[in-house]
Design a protein around this ligand. Structure first.
Ligand SMILES: [Zn+2]
Ligand SMILES: [Zn+2]
Length: 361
């Protein structure tokens, strides 16, 4: 790489304080690493929290600014001497966190729960993908099939989140599923549930336009939509959901991709005896939870965190084979220099997925 190569990056110094700076170009010190040139970075809810508050639980500061971004795609720029799976010019989606590979969690096969995980744009130390160049292990890059564009590839991260949640939900052929929230992850959960064989997938949201899109995205073979009535209790809304969508004694599986307290409660009340609940959305840190129903109905409740072994692979295969069609999900693309506008757009809840281009030069 030429010695005057620069690495323009978008760093967050605190709430509403983003600065564009040149950071050092990453250097290939581990032979298994690659450097990629970032093509697109998607904006997600957590980016908006970072933009507004400077972090979530852990925070950036004037002394410790951090490059933002974690949902990214790019082109391989350079590969370490031990890398045989990728060559410069390959187009990839990236899994933006890599574990230590040595601890008990890693050895047990659940590497995404590794306490030493180095996840992009996670304070205080790990820089994100909103830069020209980005370094990571080759095994966390997923080569794209011809049918997936670099902009669509930035959606593989939220898709992997959905694949992970649906795997934990243990959907079987014919399962009746409710997904709360019809933003990107909720939409993907609904579509992946369909691919896992669900016979009914009801998407629930409080915004009419999100439900209209969900209906189209999930398709009329299994997809249904419902808007909760804010004047009713979660118990009443659950009863209505089950009746209107003929879910019998209740849904087999309920997934919350909204993080809203009322959704979590409605989800539990809408399940049949012995049903399964999966929490994938992040909202308020503590909520009131229908614990008696959990017990009396012997409901299985599971938390779903990011993604793990095989989740990116499966997501990419589902899209690559045309089983999940991404058209309409990307609603706006901002140039690198307008990253803060992209966060503002996401904050206002406009469209579905906003992308930020990598620096052009
Ligand atoms: Zn995200
Ligand atoms: Zn580990």
């Amino acid at each position: 790489m030429d010695s005057d190569a620069k690495n323009p990056s978008c760093l967050l110094y605190g709430p509403l304080d983003a600065r564009f700076e040149d950071r050092p170009v990453p250097v290939l010190s581990d032979p298994h690493d690659v450097i990629l040139r970032i093509a697109y970075t998607g904006v997600c809810g957590s980016d908006v929290h970072f933009w507004l508050d400077g972090g979530i639980r852990t925070y950036v500061s004037e002394a410790r600014p951090l490059t933002m971004g974690h949902e990214a795609s790019g082109t391989i720029h350079a590969v370490g001497s031990a890398v045989s799976s990728l060559v410069p010019g390959d187009k990839v989606a990236i899994e933006p966190g890599y574990p230590c590979s040595r601890c008990e969690r890693c050895k047990s096969g659940r590497y995404h729960l590794c306490p030493e995980m180095k996840f992009a744009a996670d304070p205080p130390k790990v820089h994100g993908t909103l830069s020209k160049y980005f370094l990571l292990p080759a095994s966390f890059c997923y080569k794209l099939p011809e049918s997936i564009s670099l902009s669509e590839a930035a959606l593989m991260e939220p898709l992997a989140v959905a694949v992970h949640a649906i795997r934990l939900a243990d959907i079987k052929p014919g399962s009746r599923v409710i997904v709360f929230g019809a933003a990107t992850v909720g939409l993907f959960c609904a579509a992946v549930a369909r691919e896992f064989g669900a016979s009914t997938v009801v998407s629930v949201d409080i915004l009419e336009h999100k439900l209209r899109f969900a209906q189209k995205f999930v398709g009329s073979s299994v997809g249904r939509t419902a808007m909760p009535d804010s004047s009713l209790t979660p118990e009443e809304n659950a009863k209505r959901l089950v009746e209107e969508h003929q879910l019998g004694e209740g849904a087999d599986i309920a997934i919350d991709a909204s993080g809203a307290e009322a959704s979590v409660q409605t989800a539990i009340f809408a399940l049949r005896m012995g049903g399964t609940f999966v929490q994938v959305g992040m909202g308020k840190r503590k909520i009131e939870f229908p614990i008696s129903e959990l017990c009396e109905h012997e409901i299985t409740a599971r938390g779903s965190f990011r993604y793990g072994a095989g989740d990116f692979d499966l997501g990419i295969r589902l899209v690559g084979q045309g089983k999940i069609i991404l058209s309409g999900i990307i609603t706006k693309v901002f140039p690198f220099e307008s990253a803060t506008e992209a966060w503002e757009t996401a904050k206002r809840g406009e469209g579905t997925k906003t992308l930020i281009e990598g620096p052009r030069n």
